[in-house]
Design a protein around this ligand. Structure first.
Ligand code: MG
Length: 157
């Protein structure tokens, strides 16, 4: 088995959709980024690539490439899952922590887990999505961060 970790932060700005784990939230601000800025999926992709020692998403999907402008991060995740499978690994489990003072994410957690389980075509019990605040001591309301840890199992040949 292999373990990987990913971390990402994006700034909250007006007039952007807020998308986390493929779920569009009802909030007056969204995350700034070249793609849809789904910070949780970015951390998850980096965790998978980290487990495989294949670099990071900035290397795979450069933000200098207009092809990725406004990209749906769930589609990028599908590509990373393809790379994972191509390298002979399957998801053991993923544990994602989203760091946000606002909005309250509890109503969306189960939908986010379903979206990711569908992307991996795995049982939802392999996907954990948690949310926390930093008690106003860290990012504050300026942005949203995410940590992801994955365990990948080698597919038996
Ligand atoms: Mg990012």
């Amino acid at each position: 088995m292999r373990i990987g970790h990913g971390y990402d932060v994006h700034r909250l700005v007006p007039e952007r959709r807020l998308v986390l784990c493929g779920e569009v939230m009802s909030y007056e601000q969204g995350l700034l980024g070249h793609s849809d800025a789904d910070v949780a999926v970015h951390a998850l992709m980096d965790a998978i690539l980290g487990a495989l020692a294949l670099g990071d998403i900035g290397h795979l999907f450069p933000d200098s490439d207009p092809k990725y402008k406004g990209a749906d991060s769930m589609k990028l995740l599908a590509k990373v899952i393809g790379i994972m499978c191509g390298n002979g690994y399957a998801l053991g489990n993923a544990d994602i922590t989203i760091i946000a003072e606002k909005p309250k994410l509890a109503p969306y957690i189960e939908k986010m887990r379903v979206n990711l389980a569908n992307a991996f075509n795995c049982d939802i019990s392999r996907i954990s999505v948690k949310a926390t605040t930093e008690e106003g001591l860290g990012l504050g309301i300026a942005g949203i961060g995410a940590n992801a840890v994955v365990l990948l199992d080698e597919i038996e040949k």
